[in-house]
Design a protein around this ligand. Sequence first.
Ligand SMILES: [Zn+2]
Ligand SMILES: [Zn+2]
Length: 229
Amino acid sequence: MRIEILGARANILRSAPGYARHAGVLIDRSILLDLGEPGYLRRRPRQIFITHLHPDHAAFLTRKIAWTGPLYVPERTRNAPSAMLISRPLSIGVHRVIPVPTEHAVNGRSVGYVVERGRRRIFYSSDMISIHRRYYRRLGRLDLVITDGSFIRRGGLVRRDPATGRRYGHAGIPDLVEFFSRFTRRIVVTHLGSWFYADVAASIRRLAALGNDNAVAVIAGRDGMIIEL
Ligand SMILES: [Zn+2]
Ligand SMILES: [Zn+2]
Protein backbone atom coordinates (compact mmCIF):
# COMPACT_ATOMS: atom_id res chain seq x y z
CA MET A 1 0.00 0.00 0.00
CA ARG A 2 1.30 3.45 -0.91
CA ILE A 3 0.07 6.28 1.29
CA GLU A 4 0.77 9.88 0.36
CA ILE A 5 0.06 12.72 2.78
CA LEU A 6 -0.83 15.51 0.36
CA GLY A 7 -1.27 18.20 2.99
CA ALA A 8 -0.28 18.45 6.66
CA ARG A 9 -1.63 21.84 7.74
CA ALA A 10 -4.72 22.60 9.82
CA ASN A 11 -7.20 25.37 9.05
CA ILE A 12 -4.91 28.10 10.36
CA LEU A 13 -3.21 31.24 9.07
CA ARG A 14 0.33 30.13 9.79
CA SER A 15 2.25 28.19 7.20
CA ALA A 16 5.77 26.95 6.44
CA PRO A 17 7.43 25.29 3.45
CA GLY A 18 6.43 21.62 3.47
CA TYR A 19 3.55 22.24 5.89
CA ALA A 20 1.34 24.49 3.80
CA ARG A 21 -1.45 22.43 2.29
CA HIS A 22 -4.76 21.36 3.80
CA ALA A 23 -6.08 17.85 4.39
CA GLY A 24 -5.65 15.11 1.79
CA VAL A 25 -4.41 11.51 1.90
CA LEU A 26 -3.95 9.61 -1.35
CA ILE A 27 -3.98 5.80 -1.18
CA ASP A 28 -2.40 3.78 -4.00
CA ARG A 29 -2.82 6.77 -6.33
CA SER A 30 -6.54 6.04 -6.54
CA ILE A 31 -8.47 6.72 -3.33
CA LEU A 32 -8.38 10.27 -2.01
CA LEU A 33 -9.43 10.88 1.60
CA ASP A 34 -10.40 14.56 1.98
CA LEU A 35 -10.10 17.29 -0.62
CA GLY A 36 -8.55 20.15 1.33
CA GLU A 37 -7.18 21.75 -1.84
CA PRO A 38 -8.81 21.82 -5.30
CA GLY A 39 -5.33 21.17 -6.74
CA TYR A 40 -5.48 17.58 -5.43
CA LEU A 41 -7.80 16.79 -8.33
CA ARG A 42 -4.77 17.02 -10.63
CA ARG A 43 -3.63 13.75 -9.05
CA ARG A 44 -6.63 12.16 -10.80
CA PRO A 45 -8.03 10.06 -7.95
CA ARG A 46 -10.70 7.49 -8.85
CA GLN A 47 -12.84 8.14 -5.76
CA ILE A 48 -12.95 10.85 -3.14
CA PHE A 49 -14.10 10.28 0.43
CA ILE A 50 -14.76 13.30 2.64
CA THR A 51 -14.48 13.00 6.43
CA HIS A 52 -16.61 16.04 7.26
CA LEU A 53 -17.96 19.22 5.74
CA HIS A 54 -15.38 21.77 6.84
CA PRO A 55 -13.70 23.68 3.97
CA ASP A 56 -10.16 22.58 4.89
CA HIS A 57 -11.36 19.01 4.15
CA ALA A 58 -13.95 19.72 1.45
CA ALA A 59 -12.74 22.53 -0.83
CA PHE A 60 -16.00 22.43 -2.81
CA LEU A 61 -17.78 24.13 0.11
CA THR A 62 -16.11 27.44 -0.69
CA ARG A 63 -14.92 27.04 -4.29
CA LYS A 64 -16.20 25.60 -7.53
CA ILE A 65 -14.40 22.41 -8.48
CA ALA A 66 -14.39 20.39 -11.68
CA TRP A 67 -15.03 16.84 -10.52
CA THR A 68 -17.59 14.43 -11.92
CA GLY A 69 -16.25 11.21 -10.39
CA PRO A 70 -17.56 9.41 -7.31
CA LEU A 71 -17.63 11.61 -4.24
CA TYR A 72 -18.66 10.24 -0.84
CA VAL A 73 -19.75 12.45 2.05
CA PRO A 74 -21.04 11.72 5.59
CA GLU A 75 -24.08 13.99 5.10
CA ARG A 76 -25.88 15.84 2.32
CA THR A 77 -24.68 19.24 1.14
CA ARG A 78 -26.04 21.68 -1.42
CA ASN A 79 -22.50 22.33 -2.60
CA ALA A 80 -22.20 18.79 -3.94
CA PRO A 81 -25.74 17.61 -4.75
CA SER A 82 -24.60 14.48 -6.60
CA ALA A 83 -22.32 13.27 -3.77
CA MET A 84 -23.21 9.90 -2.26
CA LEU A 85 -23.76 9.29 1.42
CA ILE A 86 -21.39 6.84 3.06
CA SER A 87 -22.49 4.98 6.15
CA ARG A 88 -21.33 1.42 5.58
CA PRO A 89 -18.22 -0.34 4.26
CA LEU A 90 -17.62 -0.23 0.52
CA SER A 91 -15.44 -2.49 -1.65
CA ILE A 92 -13.69 -0.85 -4.59
CA GLY A 93 -11.41 -3.14 -6.58
CA VAL A 94 -8.65 -4.34 -4.25
CA HIS A 95 -9.59 -1.85 -1.53
CA ARG A 96 -12.20 -1.81 1.16
CA VAL A 97 -13.20 1.53 2.70
CA ILE A 98 -14.84 1.43 6.13
CA PRO A 99 -16.33 4.61 7.62
CA VAL A 100 -15.91 5.00 11.39
CA PRO A 101 -18.07 7.71 13.04
CA THR A 102 -16.09 10.26 15.04
CA GLU A 103 -16.95 13.07 17.44
CA HIS A 104 -15.78 16.47 16.13
CA ALA A 105 -18.19 19.07 14.69
CA VAL A 106 -20.91 20.99 16.51
CA ASN A 107 -23.60 20.49 13.91
CA GLY A 108 -22.40 17.98 11.42
CA ARG A 109 -21.47 14.38 11.04
CA SER A 110 -17.86 13.28 10.79
CA VAL A 111 -16.20 9.98 9.99
CA GLY A 112 -12.71 8.60 9.78
CA TYR A 113 -11.86 5.92 7.21
CA VAL A 114 -10.21 2.54 7.54
CA VAL A 115 -8.77 1.54 4.16
CA GLU A 116 -7.84 -2.11 3.69
CA ARG A 117 -5.85 -3.80 0.98
CA GLY A 118 -5.27 -7.49 1.57
CA ARG A 119 -3.88 -7.77 5.09
CA ARG A 120 -2.83 -4.12 5.20
CA ARG A 121 -5.07 -1.71 7.07
CA ILE A 122 -4.71 2.00 7.74
CA PHE A 123 -6.98 4.52 9.47
CA TYR A 124 -7.30 8.22 8.76
CA SER A 125 -9.17 9.88 11.59
CA SER A 126 -9.18 13.47 10.36
CA ASP A 127 -10.27 16.03 13.02
CA MET A 128 -11.66 14.38 16.14
CA ILE A 129 -12.31 14.35 19.85
CA SER A 130 -13.13 10.69 20.26
CA ILE A 131 -14.56 7.49 18.79
CA HIS A 132 -17.35 5.60 20.52
CA ARG A 133 -16.41 2.26 22.01
CA ARG A 134 -18.97 0.50 19.82
CA TYR A 135 -16.77 1.23 16.76
CA TYR A 136 -13.50 -0.11 18.16
CA ARG A 137 -14.08 -3.37 16.30
CA ARG A 138 -14.04 -1.52 12.99
CA LEU A 139 -10.61 -0.17 13.87
CA GLY A 140 -9.10 -3.53 14.85
CA ARG A 141 -5.40 -3.99 14.18
CA LEU A 142 -3.97 -1.13 12.13
CA ASP A 143 -0.62 -0.85 10.32
CA LEU A 144 -0.83 2.94 10.42
CA VAL A 145 -2.99 5.69 11.89
CA ILE A 146 -3.04 9.23 10.47
CA THR A 147 -4.53 11.63 12.98
CA ASP A 148 -5.29 15.18 14.13
CA GLY A 149 -2.37 17.46 15.10
CA SER A 150 -4.35 20.60 15.97
CA PHE A 151 -3.30 20.84 19.63
CA ILE A 152 -0.19 19.62 21.44
CA ARG A 153 -1.64 20.17 24.90
CA ARG A 154 -3.44 17.34 26.66
CA GLY A 155 -7.20 17.83 26.42
CA GLY A 156 -6.89 19.77 23.14
CA LEU A 157 -9.73 22.21 22.65
CA VAL A 158 -13.15 20.75 23.38
CA ARG A 159 -16.23 22.92 23.82
CA ARG A 160 -19.85 22.12 24.54
CA ASP A 161 -22.79 23.55 22.63
CA PRO A 162 -25.08 25.06 25.30
CA ALA A 163 -28.24 24.30 23.30
CA THR A 164 -27.62 20.62 22.53
CA GLY A 165 -24.99 19.72 25.11
CA ARG A 166 -22.99 18.27 22.24
CA ARG A 167 -19.18 18.36 22.46
CA TYR A 168 -17.11 19.66 19.58
CA GLY A 169 -13.48 20.43 18.81
CA HIS A 170 -10.23 18.50 18.83
CA ALA A 171 -8.58 16.17 21.32
CA GLY A 172 -4.94 16.88 22.21
CA ILE A 173 -2.24 14.93 20.40
CA PRO A 174 -1.16 13.18 23.66
CA ASP A 175 -4.77 11.96 24.08
CA LEU A 176 -4.88 10.68 20.50
CA VAL A 177 -1.51 8.94 20.73
CA GLU A 178 -2.64 7.20 23.91
CA PHE A 179 -5.98 6.23 22.36
CA PHE A 180 -4.60 4.90 19.06
CA SER A 181 -1.65 3.07 20.63
CA ARG A 182 -4.04 0.22 21.45
CA PHE A 183 -4.68 -0.30 17.72
CA THR A 184 -1.32 0.46 16.07
CA ARG A 185 2.44 0.86 16.49
CA ARG A 186 2.75 3.74 14.00
CA ILE A 187 1.05 7.13 14.04
CA VAL A 188 1.48 10.00 11.58
CA VAL A 189 0.27 13.36 12.87
CA THR A 190 -1.15 15.75 10.25
CA HIS A 191 -3.57 18.72 10.37
CA LEU A 192 -0.78 20.50 12.25
CA GLY A 193 -1.98 23.45 14.32
CA SER A 194 -0.35 26.81 15.09
CA TRP A 195 1.72 25.28 17.91
CA PHE A 196 3.76 23.36 15.30
CA TYR A 197 4.95 26.40 13.35
CA ALA A 198 6.87 28.37 16.01
CA ASP A 199 9.86 26.00 15.73
CA VAL A 200 9.25 23.23 13.21
CA ALA A 201 12.36 21.17 14.04
CA ALA A 202 11.59 21.25 17.78
CA SER A 203 7.94 20.36 17.12
CA ILE A 204 8.96 17.31 15.08
CA ARG A 205 11.12 16.14 18.02
CA ARG A 206 8.31 16.82 20.46
CA LEU A 207 5.95 14.60 18.48
CA ALA A 208 8.52 11.80 18.28
CA ALA A 209 8.99 11.97 22.07
CA LEU A 210 5.24 11.49 22.63
CA GLY A 211 5.56 7.98 21.22
CA ASN A 212 8.10 6.86 23.82
CA ASP A 213 5.57 6.67 26.66
CA ASN A 214 3.26 4.49 24.59
CA ALA A 215 5.83 2.35 22.71
CA VAL A 216 4.59 3.65 19.39
CA ALA A 217 6.35 5.58 16.61
CA VAL A 218 4.89 9.09 16.28
CA ILE A 219 5.90 10.92 13.12
CA ALA A 220 5.08 14.46 11.98
CA GLY A 221 3.34 14.48 8.62
CA ARG A 222 4.58 16.71 5.78
CA ASP A 223 3.12 17.82 2.46
CA GLY A 224 4.01 15.09 -0.04
CA MET A 225 5.21 12.52 2.53
CA ILE A 226 5.06 8.98 1.14
CA ILE A 227 4.69 5.88 3.31
CA GLU A 228 4.95 2.39 1.82
CA LEU A 229 3.36 -0.46 3.76
ZN1 LIG B 1 -9.84 20.54 9.84
ZN1 LIG C 1 -13.01 20.05 11.17
